[in-house]
Ligand binder design. Structure first.
Ligand code: GLN
Length: 305
């Protein structure tokens, strides 16, 4: 298996040249464009890795999966999906027009920024610190990594420049999707995006979902199977934004990307896969990371279709 992963990384390294590291969050410019790594966690506890798997990166939008799970646990899915839709969009992850023109001013789905910010506003907690603490603790639990923390520089950088997200959030306040303090909600959102991880961590989140909400290493059932099913369905249709259709055809796994360069993929009943490659395509997905997942999916027949 490691030989296979090694080969796949070698073959696909060239694609890092075709993308760019994210720059709209200034701190992300520090990411190394040439990095490419992969980590696999199987449901029987085996782990395999290759390439720059030790690279640390901010989780960014992969965190949207975690907050969605917590919001469903807190409120039930009916309430959550009365606030945020579950429809794929053909627009960019931070689109403003999508929010104003579709779904009666509700965000289209929880994987785009507007939807994720609305989801964060639904998580229970007395103060923003408590809300974020719940997200952090949940992340630590399902990764089995108590050392996960915020990358302060990334958090401060995004908070200082996150005006697009601010405009989405204030618009949602005006339409009643968000009912609490916008700045407090955004603070939690910026923090959750700034959690620093490796592809080992995200492969473990994938394995937890592949195992229907039971942590493979400990056997602990953390969420109902039904919640895991819903989240995987939304990842399949919306997790790669406006590239989700192409990803379904070429790779065929529930997945979620982030502009830090990570992609978390789920092979149900088999394994979780974490990829890191900070060089991104125009849609904000790891350009070589997608190629790695395509090869892996073909070699191991991982497509769910
Ligand atoms: N923190 C980023 C943002 O809100 C997350 C976006 C992403 O990973 N696609 O813009």
């Amino acid at each position: 298996m490691e030989k296979l992963l090694d080969n796949i990384i070698q073959t696909n390294r060239k694609y890092v040249e075709e993308g760019e590291v994210a720059s709209y969050i200034p701190e992300l410019k520090k990411g190394n464009k040439n990095d490419l790594g992969v980590y696999v966690t199987t449901l029987n506890g085996e782990e395999f890795r290759a390439g720059d798997y030790e690279t640390r990166f901010t989780i960014q939008s992969i965190s949207k999966v975690i907050s969605l799970i917590i919001a469903i646990m807190d409120n039930g899915e009916d309430y959550v999906f009365s606030k945020v839709g579950v429809e794929h969009t053909a627009d960019a992850f931070n689109s403003i027009t999508n929010l104003e023109t579709k779904n009666l001013h509700r965000p289209s789905n929880p994987m785009i920024n507007a939807g994720a910010i609305a989801i964060v506003s639904l998580i229970k907690g007395r103060e923003p610190d408590e809300v974020f603490e719940r997200i952090l603790n949940f992340t630590r639990k399902i990764t089995g990594n108590d050392n996960i923390n915020i990358n302060r520089e990334a958090y401060i950088s995004e908070k200082a420049t996150g005006d697009r997200n601010r405009s989405l959030a204030y618009f949602m306040k005006s339409t009643g999707v968000i009912t609490n303090d916008v700045e407090k909600v955004l603070d939690v959102y910026f923090k959750q995006c700034s959690m620093e991880v490796t592809c080992k961590d995200i492969s473990r989140i994938g394995a937890f979902l592949a195992n229907d909400g039971v942590i493979p290493l400990t056997g602990e059932k953390v969420i109902p199977r039904e919640t895991a099913r819903i989240v995987k369905a939304i990842m399949t249709t919306c997790g790669m934004y406006d590239a989700s259709g192409e990803f379904a055809v070429n790779i065929g796994m529930p997945a979620k990307s982030g502009v830090g360069g990570g992609i978390m993929a789920v092979a149900p009943e088999k394994m979780g896969i974490g990829v890191v490659g900070p060089s991104l395509d125009k849609k904000g997905n790891s350009i070589a990371g997608i190629k790695v997942l395509a090869d892996l999916s073909k070699e191991l027949e991982l497509s769910i279709f």
